[in-house]
Design a protein around this ligand. Structure first.
Ligand SMILES: Cc1cc2nc3c(=O)[nH]c(=O)nc-3n(C[C@H](O)[C@H](O)[C@H](O)COP(=O)(O)OP(=O)(O)OC[C@H]3O[C@@H](n4cnc5c(N)ncnc54)[C@H](O)[C@@H]3O)c2cc1C
Length: 440
């Protein structure tokens, strides 16, 4: 967003970029300094610019470590996420109009409508006047569930996205990771990179792991219009049949997902409310492990850890955590009535993203209270219209305010990865410019 907004010298805007993390242009995903944390998309698919698909590969080739490599070979690789942070930093730094970009380190705590725009209140006490505000605030970590016997103190857990804290886990500690998705994978990779010797147990509702990418293959031939006309159950059956057909013909099932990937928003928005609800209730975890895949080399590491007995995956529900330092993890296996227990020295919260915007004391909760945001469909993300203009408590668009990315998950479902974000950023920037031009 910032790169698009400052990049145009012809119609100059003054942009304030407010970021609460220590570094700009990294976010949670790319702030990891650990080389074992890879992108889950091949480099060729990770350009940040919609109109320049090879931009990330072009950037990588400017780095000495990749300069000699063939661009096609680079494009086919799953690069370290820290290299993506370098790319985003470079993208921002190299845009013209730097003098009009003010980088502010600190949290935005509130956005207050005032005559001619908004006042953005920062944690420092400073107030910024802005004619337009874009909420590009990404993902917040999911909170641990409320547990039996857990008064207000909360259970002491390390956040999976706190990379230094995960890296500091003692190699002999028995570690319980809550969740079995991509954040859990990150934690296991860091533990292994540090020569971990203790037991690693992941506990998640279904115990499903993200599946691996296949070798690059052309997308499958899929009748999209036919799928869009089906209800959810028929779509699931049709996709299973398509995957089986691909495999029977010696092609990877992943080719079906690759064919559907650009159309996920259409698949979501064409379901009615009840269909979307059923998806969230019964299909979502299966969808996630097929859609959010991991690099094959990472899948091999997880297989090794499982085969050696170091990593155990449990399917069930966490009920309680007995007090540390050696904690007792009390859980109920999936589909069972009995309660089981095991011991761990460290608990890691790898439950992924919190999709709710209400509750708590943060910026989003304040904007809900102010009536500038309201929850999106199924109470996930924010309700938005057009190019991400939020709908206020009264159901009307809030003029001058925009959202993109994870905040649009209820409306669009597929709205958290680069292929969607780069297009949204470009279109929201254009909408902001048009709004400011019209306002004079
Ligand atoms: C672990 C992980 C790995 C991922 N890997 C990939 C991948 O390989 N490929 C891919 O396409 N996508 C991946 N994603 C999805 C990823 O979230 C997006 O690609 C992208 O980083 C989202 O960008 P964003 O700018 O919307 O949000 P973020 O990158 O989360 O950035 C939002 C920023 O806003 C800041 N912020 C939030 N609230 C405030 C506030 N009140 N005041 C000031 N600053 C605030 C945050 O500190 C953060 O830096 C991954 C996500 C995670 C969590």
């Amino acid at each position: 967003m910032a790169a698009h907004l400052v990049g145009d010298d012809a119609s100059p805007l003054h942009v304030a970029l407010v970021e609460s993390r220590p570094a700009m242009a990294e976010g949670v995903a790319y702030s990891t300094r650990h080389g074992e944390h890879l992108l889950n998309v091949r480099a060729a698919g990770m350009s940040a610019l919609d109109d320049s698909p090879g931009d990330f590969v072009r950037f990588l080739r400017t780095l000495p470590e990749y300069a000699a490599e063939d661009p096609a070979a680079i494009g086919a690789r799953f690069m370290p996420r820290r290299d993506y942070a370098r790319y985003l930093g470079d993208l921002l730094d190299s845009r013209p109009g730097q003098a009009r970009l003010r980088r502010i380190a600190g949290a935005a705590e509130d956005v207050v409508p005032v005559a001619g725009g908004f006042e953005v209140e920062l944690a420092s006490g400073e107030r910024l006047h802005a004619r337009a505000v874009v909420l590009a605030i990404g993902n917040r970590p999911a909170r641990l569930p409320r547990l039996e016997g857990d008064a207000d103190a909360g259970v002491a857990a390390i956040e999976a996205w706190d990379y230094p804290a995960v890296a500091a886990i003692a190699p002999d500690a028995d570690v319980c990771i809550l969740g079995a998705g991509l954040s859990m994978v990150d934690v296991v990779l860091t533990l292994r990179a540090n020569g971990h010797r203790g037991r690693i147990t992941s506990l998640s509702r279904r115990g499903l792991l993200p599946l691996p990418h296949a070798a690059p293959a052309p997308p499958a031939d899929v009748d999209l219009a036919g799928l869009l006309a089906m209800d959810l159950a028929a779509r699931v059956r049709a996709m299973r049949a398509l995957a089986a057909r691909e495999q029977a013909q010696g092609r990877p099932w992943q080719a079906v997902l690759d064919a559907l990937r650009p159309h996920v928003q259409a698949l979501w928005t064409s379901l009615d409310d009840a269909g979307q609800r059923r998806f969230l209730r019964h299909v979502v975890r299966h969808w996630d492990v097929h859609r959010h895949r991991i690099a094959p080399e990472i899948a091999r590491q997880l297989d090794e850890a499982t085969a050696s007995g170091q990593l155990e995956r449990l399917a069930g529900r966490l009920l309680a955590v007995g007090p540390g330092p050696r904690m007792t993890i009390v859980w109920r296996p999936r589909g069972g009535a009995d309660v089981a227990r095991f011991e761990a020295d460290v608990l890691v919260n790898a439950l992924g993203m919190d999709q709710r915007i209400e509750g708590g004391a943060g910026l989003l909760a304040r904007l809900c209270t102010r009536g500038l945001l309201r929850p999106g469909p199924h109470r996930i993300g924010a309700a938005t219209a057009g190019e991400g203009v939020p709908l206020g408590a009264d159901g009307r668009p809030v003029v001058g305010l925009w959202t993109l990315g994870a905040l649009r998950v209820g409306d669009l479902w597929e709205s958290i990865a680069m292929p969607e974000l780069r297009g949204q950023a470009q279109r929201v920037a254009a909408a902001v410019r048009a709004h400011l031009d019209a306002a004079g």
